[in-house]
Ligand binder design. Structure first.
Ligand code: EPU
Length: 417
């Protein structure tokens, strides 16, 4: 076990490079299961979740090698169609093997993920979509099993715009017979990235990034050669780090069109945001202004930036409000921020944050990925020393975060716990 130690109070300055997006890399790597041959996926971040994908692909029989962020996957000789509990419980996105395996082999068996720290996170909408495409779904011993000789195109309305559900169904529909229309689809940029990779593989997909995606099934796909998009949530996290430390940081690879909700709220808080060639630059004000955010599916304000913004609100001048609409239990960071002196009251899905002048360093515990990022941010802005433990959560989603922050002038170290 390791922990991160931060001596707060440094103004962050300089340039930082955003890594490839975790939430785009995961579905892209699973999409290599759709067809045999040698796939190349570049700009893959070095993260714990990516290690889990590598393990899972290998268990299924794919040959995987990785070097400098490029994955070479040969999925010609798949021997198993089962994602075991041990892997699925460490990474819920493992359910994304269902669509590709079902479409290619007519069968897949995946452990049901169960709840997680931020909410119940069911996969009922994924399954309903597969059923509409003619699959038979059974549940046995905690595993969900899907069977279909040949998936058939269908009209699928998603009750809520699920990101993983949209990705799973697009992958399945790529090899189905006939046309699939997904209505009320999720519109996240990671879905567009997946669709672009699939189109390069020979899939016929229209409308990814809008709420209606149409997929014309094809008989065959070819292997992909694709570069993962930059991580918009990592980028947003660095922008908040600059904002909270009165810093001046150029975030290379950050794309304004992926971050509109985040940028408009940062500007409202008094942060100067400059759009530069291939980068975004943030300059934090002397004192941040209070704001209100409501998380929503894309293009709304992302739930994956909520915890980081709450750390920022904790040191703003006045009262801010957060309404979390996407996950029912995504306030686990609140108790830890309170240990650092934040004044936060929760009622249902709403948190009211009364800003204080400064947070105070304390030992705190990470509870999930974005919660851990918010604690690191709080530590950067706090007086004295903050120790963040259980940082394996952080390592699921932020590549080399302490090295990147150190380059910006933070006093941050990783030590054995
Ligand atoms: N939902 C259902 N039924 C379903 C699927 C989802 O009711 O079948 C509900 C969920 O319970 C939740 C909402 O729909 O309330 C949204 O869930 P969604 O399926 O969109 O989330 P996901 O695909 O499981 C992805 C990201 C999350 C991110 C969410 C929302 C990946 C691998 N994960 O999860 O990322 O928070 O979309 O944007 O893409 C993170 O990176 O820290 C993270 C949690």
């Amino acid at each position: 076990m390791q922990k991160i130690i931060i001596e707060g109070g440094q103004r962050l300055k300089g340039e930082v490079q955003v890594s490839g997006a975790k939430n785009a890399a995961l579905p892209l790597l699973f999409a290599t299961l759709l067809t045999g041959g040698t796939h190349r996926v570049g700009n893959v971040p070095d993260l714990r979740d990516i290690d889990t994908v590598e393990k899972l692909l290998s268990i299924l029989g794919a040959r995987v090698s990785r070097q400098n962020g490029t994955f070479v996957v040969d999925s010609s000789a798949i021997q198993s169609e089962e994602a075991p509990y041990d892997l699925v419980r460490t990474m819920r996105a493992s359910v994304l093997v269902l669509g590709p395996l079902l479409a290619r082999f007519g069968h897949a068996r995946v452990s049901l993920p169960g709840g997680c720290a931020i909410g119940a996170r069911p996969i009922n909408l994924h399954l309903k979509g597969f059923e509409a495409m003619g699959a038979q779904i059974t549940l046995d011993h905690g595993y969900v099993e899907a069977r279909a000789k040949k998936l058939k195109g269908a009209r699928i309305y998603l009750d809520s715009p699920t990101v993983g559900g949209t990705e799973n169904l697009i992958m399945a529909a790529a090899l189905a017979k006939g046309t699939t229309v997904i209505e009320n689809a999720a519109r996240e940029p990671e879905i567009v990235d997946l669709a672009q990779a699939l189109i390069a593989m020979g899939a016929r997909i229209d409308g990814a990034g809008s709420d209606t995606v149409t997929i014309e099934g094809v008989d065959e796909l070819r292997p992909m050669d694709y570069q993962v998009m930059p991580d918009r949530i990592e980028a947003g996290t660095f922008l908040v780090a600059a904002a909270m430390t009165r810093g001046d940081v150029r975030v290379i690879g950050a794309q304004a069109d992926h971050l509109e909700g985040v940028l408009s709220k940062l500007r409202e808080a008094g942060v100067e945001i400059m759009e530069e060639e291939g980068a975004l630059r943030a300059r934090g004000p002397r004192r941040l202004q209070p704001i209100q955010i409501k998380t929503r599916p894309y293009p709304g304000f992302p739930t994956d930036m909520q915890a980081q913004f709450m750390a920022m609100m904790a040191i703003s001048e006045g009262t801010s409000v957060v309404v979390e609409n996407v996950f029912e239990n995504r306030f686990m960071h609140v108790c830890e921020l309170q240990r650092m002196g934040a004044d936060i009251a929760i009622e249902g899905h709403t948190a009211t944050i009364r800003g204080c002048r400064t947070l105070k360093g304390a030992p705190v515990m990470a509870t999930d990925l974005r919660a851990s990022a918010s604690l690191v941010l709080a530590g950067l802005a706090a007086e004295n020393t903050t120790e963040v433990s259980r940082i394996y959560h952080l390592d699921r989603g932020y590549e080399g975060i302490e090295a990147k922050l150190r380059l910006l002038g933070a006093r941050i170290d990783r030590v054995p716990a």
